[in-house]
Design a protein around this ligand. Sequence first.
Ligand SMILES: Cc1cc2nc3c(=O)[nH]c(=O)nc-3n(C[C@H](O)[C@H](O)[C@H](O)COP(=O)(O)OP(=O)(O)OC[C@H]3O[C@@H](n4cnc5c(N)ncnc54)[C@H](O)[C@@H]3O)c2cc1C
Length: 442
Amino acid sequence: MQDTAAPPWPDSLWAADPGSLPAHAPLAGDRRVDLAVIGAGYAGLNAALEAAGRGAEALVLEARQPGWGASGRNGGFACLGGTLFGAAALARRFGADRAAEAHRCQRAAIDRVAANLAEYGIDAQTGPVGEVCLAHRPAAMAGLADEADFLNRAHGLGVTMLPRDALAERGLGPAGFAGGALTPVGFPLNPMAYAQGLAGAATRAGIAIHGSSPVTALIHDGGGWLLRTPGRTVRAGRVVLAMNAYADPALGGARTTLTVPSSILVTRPLTSAEEAAQNWPSRAMAYDSRRLLHYFRRLPDGRFLFGMRGGFGTDRAALGAIRSRMRRHFAALFPEWAAVETAFFWSGLVALTGRGLPFIGPVPGRPGVFAAFGFHGNGVALASEAGRGAAGLALGDALDTVPALFRQPPTRLPPGWLARPALSAMLRGAALLDGPLRRRTA
Ligand SMILES: Cc1cc2nc3c(=O)[nH]c(=O)nc-3n(C[C@H](O)[C@H](O)[C@H](O)COP(=O)(O)OP(=O)(O)OC[C@H]3O[C@@H](n4cnc5c(N)ncnc54)[C@H](O)[C@@H]3O)c2cc1C
């Protein structure tokens, strides 16, 4: 259960001026609607907008405020992804046709974000199109080339390989990477501006978004559902669960995700001398080829955003350990900036599923309840599309409007205390395979 007495915004660059973020009032009276959405991140807000577009009466209940979850504190990479697998691995594991269908959905998700920004007039300070994967060691170039070849053959994506020298020419080094692959889709944005823009659009479309309104119970009642929030109730014919990593498993009926932290540090704006010393003027989205990857980009005001997944727990001690580790990794990968101060550091949760695939579909055993979750740390685009998909299903769309891979009922997972040791061993194994993090030199 969420603690509504806690401060409403986690520390982050995106919420550096919390007073500028509108506060949505709690549910003040009992309501009856066609569709109730639980959670006001990208998935929930897109679900609400989809419902409004189809003329359904919808309402959003949010435990904190819109964008309080991962949607208001991510790295802002609107990119392909959302599963635990690369594109070639997805095809090997699940078959070419089903993987191609999932890929089309991931591409449509990026277009969805762009369309949302245009349609609702959201200024999300977007950056250049494309995403670069950087080889963390020379041997990783072969894997990048294979994946690029697959993406070009199977999906006509136009991925180009960048030899080491080309990185410097593009203002992506020298940072010691062995080369890279440029995927010409996706774009960076200010994630909170996107979330707030969606919330504003939903409000203008007549959707009530209630902040500080955690749903504490979801009860099947006659033909529909009764949602309890502190002191108030909502009756709804259909429900969309859009809580992702912040979900209370009791509401979904089963434990279907494991959560791990993803954390971000942001520097102060870099001077032009610092930019030149590291030769990193590029504003492109970038990440490295490690299994426990680092993701990074320059922000429009010249700051550097550096993110990393991994670690356990979100208490003070755990976050302190993650922060120190990230600082070490940052200094090793960007030695010219080793002394540049951290201006912001924050953390959030990402959700993993047992199949390594997101879920968009009807919740088994709960007629009229649909869900969208499990984006594996890549949900800026996919959660947007998933929210639309889940609302569409709730309002009568055929099940096959969602890719077959994404509508398979999620597997039940053991409780966190039982699953943690296995996950911890997996993360340690991945770090070992990634190899040591050496200080990079030009
Ligand atoms: C640090 C970090 C960096 C990331 N970087 C990227 C990136 O660069 N690119 C990318 O694609 N993805 C990234 N992600 C992942 C991405 O942010 C998420 O996949 C996406 O935001 C999920 O959106 P959502 O709407 O499903 O969930 P969320 O945005 O987490 O929203 C869920 C909401 O549900 C609410 N809620 C929970 N329980 C209840 C309840 N009982 N009643 C009412 N409300 C409830 C929560 O308060 C929360 O606001 C990152 C994640 C993190 C944590």
